[in-house]
Design a protein around this ligand. Structure first.
Ligand SMILES: [Ca+2]
Ligand SMILES: [Ca+2]
Ligand SMILES: [Ca+2]
Ligand SMILES: [Ca+2]
Length: 420
């Protein structure tokens, strides 16, 4: 009898591990050269070919490099400007079969680089560079892929350019939106979210009328650090902000009511300063400087938890500055890859598989550390028979967090199980 119990326990543990938590495994790395001071690597983005092959695009010392994720093979490098910026800031986005690159540097191929990706996975081609009214440098950009407009942070750090790229090889500036300060921008479906640096604010603009931008909201972050980046949730009900100052947290804000935008949850890694946040589904993907790459589960926005972590900078977890470690992270791939780019030129490919939301806590209604059909059966009983529950059971049964337990929790739990 004792032996049987032990065996069941082991099997249970195994199943629970197979279902709970995110899987985040190192696939491979490339160390690109730095400038001798430990800098050269900057942001990272990705592109999937029509054949379904994932290609990473990373800013390195000499420009941007294209790397096939599957075998970590270097495909091509497009040279970029290298002068005037000790951190070699580059920011990359894609639209149609093009990559667009901005940089803080001046020199070779300066301005907005337009790179044709139709030759991937074999090669890429720099089509042209574009600048407008002597605007050559930029810190960051975002492309609203739904509308074909690029929003490019001004080189003066005072606002953003509105650039029409519907004719992808022939961009044209159509407007300029002044903001007192700016560091980064995110655009989707004509909404433009702006991280406003030392102004201590973020703002949301409606750009449906390109000639008449409307400021929908501007929020002052109490006791702010340097407001570094902002990224909305897929449903647009939340935004996530980073502040590039020790020890300011990554913040999750409810923006459902634009007159009452407020923080609902916070996270901070061991090194006490995050860099960039990107959102996909119930996860926040963080590049977190010396702490490395982090995936935060915010399926319960009030209680975000670390779901996975990989330390790209094992030397230490010290706060910055001096700036070291993970600069960028990219997770919008087709084949489960997540890319990381580090300031010292290190490129990382991880294999990622999302686990159940919030570990196994929510949905494990019968408290046996597994979420499966038994929990659905339990929940059906609860709903049908109006069964009395302990407090813990009640919390776990409200799978969709709406403070009632009903048939929608059963639907939600069934979805959870089928998604995993
Ligand atoms: Ca960037
Ligand atoms: Ca570290
Ligand atoms: Ca269970
Ligand atoms: Ca519920």
């Amino acid at each position: 009898m004792f032996r049987l119990v032990v065996i069941i326990f082991i099997v249970n543990t195994f199943i629970a591990k197979a279902n709970a938590g995110d899987t985040f495994i190192l696939h491979g790395q490339i160390q690109f050269s730095d400038d001798g001071m430990g800098y050269g690597g900057s942001d990272v983005w990705g592109y999937t070919t029509s054949e379904g092959e994932d290609v990473a695009i990373m800013g390195i010392l000499e420009g941007v490099v294209f790397i096939r994720a599957e075998d970590i093979a270097i495909i091509d490098t497009v040279l970029g400007p290298m002068g005037g910026d000790p951190y070699y800031h580059r920011d990359i986005k894609t639209f149609d079969h093009y990559a667009y690159v901005v940089s803080e540097n001046t020199g070779t191929n300066e301005g907005l680089q337009i790179i044709d990706l139709s030759g991937l996975p074999e090669s890429v081609e720099l089509v042209d560079t574009y600048s407008y009214n002597n605007h050559v440098r930029s810190h960051n950009m975002s492309i609203d892929t739904a509308t074909g407009f690029a929003y490019i942070c001004a080189q003066t750090y005072e606002g953003f350019r509105v650039v029409d790229i519907n004719d992808p090889e022939n961009p044209s500036d159509v407007n300029f939106v002044y903001t007192e300060t700016i560091h980064d921008v995110f655009a989707q479906n004509d909404l433009v979210y702006v991280a406003e640096g030392w102004r201590g604010t973020f703002s949301i603009y409606d750009l449906s009328d390109k000639s008449n931008p409307a400021l929908l909201a501007r929020v002052s972050i109490p006791n702010n650090g340097y407001v570094h980046n902002i990224w909305p949730s897929d449903d647009g009900n939340f935004v996530v902000t980073t502040e590039e100052s020790v020890p300011k947290t990554v913040k999750i804000w409810s923006i459902e009511d634009l007159d009452n935008i407020h923080v609902v949850g916070e996270y901070l890694g061991d090194n006490l300063v995050a860099h960039n946040a990107q959102v996909l589904g119930t996860r926040i993907f963080l590049s977190h400087y010396t702490y490395g790459m982090v995936i935060v589960d915010y399926s319960d926005p009030f209680d975000p938890i670390e779901a996975a972590h990989f330390d790209t900078y094992p030397q230490h977890d010290e706060p910055s500055p001096p700036w070291h470690g993970n600069w960028g992270i990219f997770q919008y791939t087709e084949n489960g890859y997540v890319y990381g780019s580090d300031l010292n030129g290190l490129f990382t490919v991880m294999i990622y598989q999302k686990g159940l939301d919030h570990g196994v806590l929510y949905g494990d209604v019968n408290e046996d550390q597994i979420v499966n059909a038994m929990d659905v059966a339990f929940l059906v009983n609860v709903v049908l028979k109006d069964q009395n529950l302990t407090e813990t059971q009640w919390i776990r049964s409200d799978v969709n967090f709406d403070d009632t337990i009903d048939i929608f929790d059963i639907f939600h739990l069934t979805d959870l199980i089928s998604e995993n």
